[in-house]
Design a protein around this ligand. Structure first.
Ligand code: T46
Length: 136
């Protein structure tokens, strides 16, 4: 899928003097059926995550605390996003290589995913990923 399909979603929320609550429901704005939730935390200064693409998995990635940068690559075009607010989610389509860096101290990266964990869904070798994208 083209990296231009990646986009920042505004997560609906309610704010009042007590604070805020943000919520995602099917189609509002979740664009896929939710199959898995996972989160990254305790990522140390200077560490990177990602370094792979998924064949079929779609995701929404949210910085529920702190900030980090995601670099996306569809084999032709690249785009980078800074996530730094819990009211913003980044939709990442399938067949998108991602590298994540610049995690702030205490950052928590929440991921809503369209599929369960399957190692067979991963491209972990960038050249294999490129070969596949260029043959499509
Ligand atoms: C992404 C970023 C934000 C599991 O066993 N189950 C799971 O649900 C997950 C997500 C991971 N794992 C195992 C597989 C690996 O041995 O945990 C290890 C590290 O996971 P991964 O290689 O997926 O690398 P991350 O954690 O940097 O990336 C994950 C997502 O896979 C990825 O799509 O965008 O979080």
């Amino acid at each position: 899928m083209p990296v231009s399909d990646a986009k920042i979603l505004d997560i609906p929320r309610h704010e009042d003097t007590r604070g805020s609550v943000a919520f995602l429901e099917q189609d509002a704005p979740l664009p896929f059926t939710l199959e898995r939730v996972y989160y990254l935390y305790g990522v140390r200064d200077g560490q990177t995550r990602g370094g792979h693409a998924h064949k079929k998995l779609e995701q929404i990635i949210i910085a529920v605390s702190g900030s980090f940068t995601i670099h996306l690559d569809d084999g032709r075009e690249k785009a980078s996003f800074v996530l730094n607010h819990p009211s913003k989610g980044l939709y990442v389509p399938a067949m998108t290589w991602r590298d994540m860096e610049g995690f702030s101290d205490g950052a928590v990266c929440l991921v809503l995913a369209s599929r369960r964990y399957e190692e067979e869904d991963y491209y972990r070798d960038y050249n294999s990923f490129l070969d596949q994208t260029r043959s499509q």
